[in-house]
Write a protein that binds this ligand. Structure first.
Ligand SMILES: *Cc1c(COP(=O)(O)O)cnc(C)c1O
Length: 500
C-alpha cells in the first residue's frame, strides 16, 4: 500500500481551477441583492485544484477502502455477499431512478406493480400474509414491529403488556428497538447448546409479556430446533413472537418463519437480497406480518385492483388501525428494485441454492478450521455462519480475537465480526456467504492456519498487526467517539503558498 497521502489542501495553488464555466451571457445581478448581505462570505476556504488533482485525491482515498468487490469479506451477521452488477443497472434505469415521489399514480403504474409484486414475493418467501418495504434498515423494521405489537395489545385492551423477552445472544438493535418503543427488556439466557433455554423462557412468561424477539438461525449460527415449542409457549401466554430475519440467507426456500409460528419479522434486503451495504448507506428492513398484525402495517401499502383494461395499482391509505408512516414517501424505492431484480433473476430454485451454498460454505470453513481453532458450542453443524472462540490462543499465548483479525488484514482479508455475539468470549464470527468459491475459502483457511501457527511460535506478530496498512492500530473508541473529518481548520491555519 502507498505511503502517506498528500493532503488535498497542501496541493492547493491560488487561481488553479478544475472547471471553466462559459462566460455569462445574461445581465449579472449582484449576489447581495439576491440573497441579502448577511448570507455572503468574503472568504471561502476551499482548496484550489485542477480536475486531475481532485480525481487523484479521491481515487487514492478509494483505494484505501476495502470492499466486497475487492476481496473476501466474512463479516458475520452482515452477509457481505457479492451483489450482481445487473441489479445496479436495473436500479439505474431512468424509469426508476428519475421518478418523482409525488407523480400521479397513473404515471407510475410499473413501479407500483414492482412494489406490489415484491410485497407478495417477500410474504411468500417467509410464509406470512402481508409485507411493507417502508423501513430503511433492519433496526427500523424492528422498531416498526415493536410499534405494531404495542398497537395490537392496546387494541385488545391489554396495554399492560410491557415486557419484551430477548435472548442474551441477540443483536444489540433488538433490545434498543424494544426499549425505544417503551417496552421493558428481559434477557433470556442461552443453554449449553447455544440455543434458547426453554425453562428460563417458561419462567419468564406471564401476563405482562408483549413479545419474544428471536433471531433464527440465532447469532451463534445455530438453528433453534425447539422453535415450534418456543412459539407455542409464547402464544399461550398471550404474547407475540418476532423474528429478526437478518439471517434469512440461511433459510431461503428451505424453511419459513411463518411456518415456524412467528407473527412478524424483518428482512434486511440489503443483506439477503443483494444491495451493497456498509458505511451507513441506504437499506431496506422490509417487515412481514401474519393476519393478526396486518391492520397495523404503515401506510401506504400498495393495493391491486381490477380495472376495465387489466390490473391497476394504488397507494392504500385507508387503514384506520395503521401505526402511520415510518418513512418519508414510500421508503428506499431503488433498494426494492434491486431486491426485485435479484429475486426474479434467481427464482425459487435459485434462492434455495443461495441458502444451501451459504450453509455448505460455512460448514466447510467450520470443519477445516476446527483443527486449529475452537468452535463455539462444541462444533455442531452450523447454518450460514460459524463462530470460533480465540480463548485457547489467548490463554496459551496472549493472542486475542482482535489480534487474529488485525493479522488477517496483512493476509489481504477483511476481518470477521469480533466480540459478537456477546455470550462467546473472544468471538470470531465468520460468514462466508454463497458467493465465494472454494479457492477463496481455501486461501482464507490457509491464512487462518498460518495465524494459528504464528500465535504459537511468534505471538508478537499477530499482537502488533497489521503491518501492511497505512495506519496500524487505532484507538478505536476515540475514533468513534471523537470522529473529526473536517479539513477546514487545518486549511485556514496553514495558508497555502500563493502562485506557483
Ligand atoms: C444487521 C443486523 C440487524 C440490524 O440491521 P440494520 O439494517 O443494520 O439496522 C439486526 N439483527 C441482526 C442479527 C443483524 O445481523
Amino acid at each position: 500500500m502507498s505511503g502517506t497521502l498528500p493532503l488535498i489542501f497542501d496541493q492547493s495553488r491560488a487561481g488553479r481551477v478544475g472547471a471553466r464555466l462559459p462566460a455569462c451571457d445574461v445581465p449579472r445581478r449582484d449576489p447581495a441583492d439576491l440573497l441579502g448581505p448577511e448570507y455572503l462570505r468574503d472568504r471561502l476556504p476551499l482548496p484550489e485544484l485542477s480536475e486531475l488533482d481532485v480525481v487523484r485525491h479521491f481515487t487514492r482515498l478509494a483505494h484505501r477502502n476495502y470492499s466486497i468487490d475487492q476481496g473476501f469479506y466474512p463479516l458475520g451477521s452482515c452477509t457481505m455477499k457479492y451483489n450482481p452488477k445487473v441489479n445496479e443497472k436495473v436500479a439505474a434505469f431512468a424509469g426508476f431512478a428519475s421518478l418523482h415521489p409525488l407523480q400521479p399514480e397513473e404515471t407510475v403504474q410499473g413501479s407500483l406493480a414492482l412494489l406490489y409484486e415484491l410485497q407478495c414475493m417477500l410474504s411468500e418467501i417467509c410464509g406470512m400474509a402481508a409485507t411493507t418495504v417502508q423501513p430503511s434498515a433492519g433496526a427500523h423494521g424492528e422498531l416498526l414491529a415493536m410499534m405494531m405489537i404495542r398497537a395490537y395489545h392496546r387494541h385488545r385492551g391489554e396495554a399492560h403488556r410491557d415486557v419484551v423477552l430477548i435472548p442474551d445472544s441477540a443483536h444489540g438493535t433488538n433490545p434498543a428497538s424494544a426499549a425505544r418503543c417503551g417496552f421493558r427488556v428481559k434477557p433470556i439466557p442461552s443453554n449449553a447448546r447455544g440455543c434458547t433455554d426453554i425453562a428460563a423462557l417458561e419462567a419468564a412468561l406471564n401476563e405482562n409479556v408483549a413479545a419474544l424477539m428471536l433471531t433464527n438461525p440465532n447469532t451463534v449460527g445455530l438453528f433453534e430446533t425447539d422453535i415450534l415449542r418456543i412459539c407455542d409457549l409464547v402464544h399461550r401466554a398471550g404474547g407475540l413472537v418476532y423474528c429478526d430475519g437478518a439471517n434469512m440467507n440461511a433459510m431461503l426456500g428451505l424453511t419459513r418463519p411463518g411456518d415456524m409460528g412467528f407473527d412478524v419479522m424483518h428482512y434486511n434486503l440489503h443483506k439477503t437480497f443483494s444491495t451493497p451495504h456498509g458505511g451507513g448507506g441506504p437499506g431496506c428492513g422490509a417487515v412481514s406480518v401474519q393476519p393478526c398484525l396486518e391492520p397495523y402495517l404503515p401506510v401506504p401499502l400498495i393495493r391491486r385492483e381490477e380495472g376495465t383494461s387489466g390490473p391497476v395499482f394504488r397507494f392504500d391509505y385507508d387503514r384506520p388501525l395503521s401505526v402511520g408512516r415510518i418513512h418519508s414517501f414510500y421508503g428506499a424505492f431503488l433498494i426494492a428494485v434491486r431486491a426485485y431484480a435479484y429475486i426474479r433473476a434467481l427464482g425459487a430454485e435459485g434462492l434455495r441454492q443461495v441458502s444451501e451454498n451459504a450453509i455448505l460454505n460455512a460448514n466447510y470453513l467450520r470443519v477445516r478450521l476446527a483443527e486449529h481453532y475452537e468452535v463455539a458450542y462444541g462444533n455442531q453443524i452450523c447454518m450460514h455462519e460459524v463462530v470460533l472462540t480465540a480463548e485457547p490462543q489467548k490463554r496459551r499465548n496472549g493472542v486475542r480475537a482482535l489480534d487474529i483479525s488485525k493479522r488477517l488484514m496483512d493476509y489481504g482479508f477483511h476481518p470477521p465480526t469480533n466480540y459478537f455475539p456477546l455470550i462467546v468470549p473472544e468471538a470470531l464470527m465468520i460468514e462466508p456467504t454463497e458467493t465465494e468459491s472454494k479457492q477463496t475459502l481455501d486461501e482464507f483457511v490457509n491464512a487462518m492456519i498460518s495465524i494459528a501457527r504464528e500465535a504459537q511460535e511468534a505471538p508478537e506478530l499477530p499482537r502488533s498487526a497489521p503491518h501492511t496498512t497505512v495506519v496500524s492500530r487505532l484507538d478505536e473508541t476515540a475514533a468513534v467517539k471523537h470522529l473529526d473529518v473536517r479539513y477546514e481548520r487545518l486549511f485556514c491555519d496553514s495558508e497555502p503558498a500563493a502562485g506557483d
